[in-house]
Every structure is written in structure tokens, then in C-alpha cells.
Design a protein around this ligand. Structure first.
Ligand code: AMP
Ligand code: GLY
Length: 425
């Protein structure tokens, strides 16, 4: 039977998920809420004007359109309990419950969970009071990372180079309200050194299957300079992802996490994303995300050789161990093109040219912040597009993605020129 699926979200990650689901013979239609200019015209896809934070509206929409499964992309509706609300309405949903998503929703809760379960992570202390935080900062021998505890769209982490910068970050969160509620509690966390990898796993409550490891590029500028962003590009698989590493992260991180959550009565179904730092003393968790990564997904899912809808079904049914997930033996690179002014303040909408030319170069252009205006795609926010290419080797995939990027243009476009070019090892 052919199913109608609702994907919640409007970013590049959701375009990639919708595109991948649409390839399934089991899927008749993918509705993306609210979607973007890319999902509006994707094969078998269409958009619906329902906001991601409108929990009641999404439940009502899914019920009224006879949706077989809802797939939730972003963290906010997960933390708000969208999957719980869908479950109460008898609608299948791919994503964790609010209780399980708390691992991303609160960095202090996550830290407590990791420590209580002996899962390797950076040392950290939690503060609500600026004076106490500043005093702790003075006493530390190294400059810590300053983190807003709540959700801040990937921007609530300040990797300070000096104590003065860290002090400023503490003041901006606890005294100047720069991150709102999310920054009223903060972590001062030991800075980890090493290579960062994104370990994404499909989870069915008990079992997990790790996807090929990806590497994101958080800094805005080429050469890892500039401020942190939501992610400026990714490649997959990571050349450092030896079987041994994947096995170790499974044993030391994923298995104990799923086990503890089940014991606590909040089994994890959905994608668990462990942001890992490979330090000299072993892999350590930087953070958990309760969803697919963005832009990792735009590099990972194009390599999937199995049916994504059937994987989601297996996760929902607790039958992942029998799913047999296959991946293409290739490499994928995705390069994010962002608006001028990102990540501080994105420029107002401007027209985007060259999308067909990029496709003619063999690239898949996933849309993120785009909207149609007067029949033409325009920018509509910070991260605008993710241009993906596949090739047998990483270097070739990178070259191919950059041929696509060169074909696309919009005023003020920012992108890094080193995604997948110098894979960190
Ligand atoms: P998060 O939102 O916690 O993933 O942090 C965003 C980014 O900040 C991470 O992907 C890292 O690049 C960096 N970061 C966060 N915590 C640390 C840490 N303890 N040590 C070094 N870098 C970190
Ligand atoms: N790429 C980082 C994230 O999705 O949080």
C-alpha cells in the first residue's frame, strides 16, 4: 500500500529526508511542513503551510490528511512533545519522545546523564549566577567553552580563546539575556581537542544501526576561522571512521545511552546523533542531538542504498535488527551556501540563479532557507542551499560539489572553499 508521509521542517535536512523518502515505492506522497522552494517542486513532494512549532496544527493536519507516518526534522518540536502528541492521536511518528529528546533540550541534563552512566565526556560545571560563574572561570587553569543550557539554534556555544572572551560570553548569557531563556543557565565546559565526527544512528528503542560517519564544518570561514554556525558543509564517510572507532562509540556511548533511557522509561526511537571529539584519551561526547544533523544529512542520505521509509517503519516497530541497511560504496560532499550577514543577521531576500546549471553538473541542490517570490527562488534566511555531489573518492566528490557551487549565485553568498578538500585526520 502506498503511504502519505508528513515531514516536519523546512531546512536542507528536511529536503534531503523528503527526497530520500520519495524514492521509496511504498511512499505515494511526501508533504513537507512548512518546506521550502526546493521541497515544493521535488518529485512526489509538496508543501503545507503548517509551522513546526504548531503541535496541535500538525497533529490535526496529519489526522485530516490520513498521513501514515510523521517524520520530525528539527529539535524544537521534538523537545516540545510533538511525537508524544502524535502518539496520543494514534499517528505513527519517527522521532524521540519529549522525555528522550531532553538529552538535546538541556545541556545540563545531558551532562548529568552522561556522568551518571559513565559515558566519556568533557568535565563541566553548571551556573545560573554570573558572579559564581566568573569566580569559577578565574580559578580554572584553561579557558573553558561557554554553553547556553537550552536550545539556541546551534548558536549558544562560545568556544573562547581567552578568559576575557569567556567572561564576556558568561555576561552576555547570564546578565545581558543574549540567548533568552536558553542562556539563563550555562555550562562552563572543559575544552576538548581533537577531530570532531558526527555519529548518527537509527534507533528503535533497543537496537541501533550507525550510519556512515560524517564530518561537519562548524566555523563560518575556510580554514576553520570565524564564528561557529549551524554547519557550513559536511562530508561522508569520514576517512577516520575505522570499524574499530564505530564499534567503540557503539560500546561506550550508544549502547549505554539506549540502555539507560530504556531503564528510565523513555526508550529512544529516532535518530540519535552523538557529536564526538576524538581526543588523545579516546572519543568523548561533545553533545547529543535528538535528530538528523544539518548539513550532515545532505551528505549521508544520498549514500543510502536501502528504503528510508522502511527503515523508519522498522524503528517505529522496534524491529531495526532485521532491517539490513545498505550504503553505497562512494563518498558524498555537501557545501552550504549562506546569506550575506549569516550567522549574525542574514540579509533580506535576494534572487537565486543557476540552480538548473548546478543540477546539470550532476549536483543535487538541497534547499534550506528559500522561498518562491514572483516565480523565482529567493533566499529566505541564513543557510540557503546545500550543494551535494557523490563520487567514488572524497576529493572528486568535493571537486564536483564545487562545480555546482560555482554555477549557483545570489548577492552576498558565503561559502567555505575547503569542504571535503582537506579531510581532517
Ligand atoms: P554543540 O552545540 O554543543 O555541538 O557545540 C557546537 C560546537 O562547538 C561543537 O560542534 C564543537 O565544534 C564546539 N564545542 C562544543 N563543546 C566543545 C568542547 N567541550 N570542546 C571543544 N569544542 C567544543
Ligand atoms: N550540524 C550540526 C547539527 O546538526 O547540530
Amino acid at each position: 500500500m502506498s503511504a502519505r508521509v508528513l515531514v516536519v521542517g523546512g531546512g536542507g535536512r528536511e529536503h534531503a529526508v523528503a527526497w530520500s523518502l520519495a524514492k521509496s515505492p511504498r511512499v505515494a506522497e511526501v508533504i513537507v511542513a512548512p518546506g521550502n522552494a526546493g521541497t515544493a517542486v521535488e518529485h512526489k513532494c509538496r508543501n503545507a503551510a503548517v509551522a513546526v512549532s504548531d503541535v496541535c496544527g500538525i497533529v490535526e493536519f496529519a489526522r485530516s490528511r490520513d498521513v501514515a507516518m510523521v517524520v520530525v526534522g528539527p529539535e524544537d518540536p521534538l523537545v516540545m512533545g510533538l511525537v508524544d502528541a502524535l502518539g496520543e492521536a494514534g499517528i505513527a511518528a519517527f522521532g524521540p519522545s519529549a522525555a528522550a529528546a531532553e538529552l538535546e533540550g538541556s545541556k545540563s541534563h545531558c551532562k548529568e546523564f552522561l556522568n551518571a552512566n559513565g559515558i566519556p565526556t568533557a568535565a563541566a560545571a553548571v551556573f545560573c549566577d554570573a558572579a559564581a560563574a566568573l569566580e569559577h572561570l578565574e580559578a580554572l587553569s584553561a579557558v573553558p567553552v561557554v554553553k547556553a543550557v537550552g536550545l539556541a539554534a546551534g548558536k549558544g556555544v562560545i568556544v573562547a580563546e581567552t578568559k576575557a572572551e569567556a567572561a564576556q560570553a558568561i555576561r552576555s548569557m547570564l546578565l545581558e539575556d543574549r540567548f533568552g531563556e536558553a542562556g539563563h543557565e550555562i555550562l562552563l565546559e572543559e575544552r576538548l581537542r581533537g577531530t570532531e565526527v558526527s555519529v548518527l544512528a537509527f534507533c528503535d528503542g533497543t537496537d541501533y544501526q550507525v550510519m556512515p560517519l560524517a564530518q561537519d564544518h562548524k566555523r563560518l570561514l575556510t580554514g576553520d576561522e570565524g564564528p561557529n554556525t549551524g554547519g557550513m558543509g559536511a562530508f561522508c564517510p569520514s576517512p577516520i571512521a575505522a570499524d574499530e572507532l564505530i564499534e567503540r562509540v557503539g560500546r561506550e556511548v550508544l549502547a549505554p545511552t539506549l540502555g539507560a533511557l530504556t531503564r528510565q522509561g523513555r526508550p529512544y526511537r529516532g535518530v540519535l546523533y552523538a557529536g564526538m571529539m576524538l581526543t588523545d584519551s579516546g572519543p568523548k561526547v561533545i553533545e547529543f542531538n535528538c535528530r538528523f544533523g544539518d548539513p550532515e544529512t545532505q551528505a549521508v542520505l544520498p549514500l543510502l542504498a536501502s528504503d528510508l521509509y522502511e527503515i523508519f517503519e522498522a524503528c517505529c516497530a522496534g524491529e531495526l535488527s532485521t532491517a539490513g541497511i545498505r550504503w553505497a560504496d562512494s563518498a558524498a560532499v555537501t557545501v552550504v551556501m549562506a546569506s550575506g550577514g549569516y550567522p549574525v543577521q542574514s540579509s533580506s531576500p535576494v534572487p537565486i540563479a543557476g540552480l538548473e546549471a548546478a543540477a546539470a553538473h550532476g549536483c543535487k541542490v538541497f534547499h534550506a532557507a528559500t522561498a518562491m517570490r514572483g516565480g523565482q527562488p529567493h533566499t529566505a534566511g541564513g543557510r540557503v542551499l546545500a550543494v551535494t555531489s557523490l563520487a567514488p573518492e572524497l576529493g572528486e566528490a568535493s571537486e564536483a560539489a564545487y562545480r555546482g557551487v560555482a554555477a549557483v549565485s545570489f548577492p552576498g553568498a558565503q561559502f567555505r572553499s575547503d569542504i571535503g578538500r582537506e579531510a581532517q585526520t
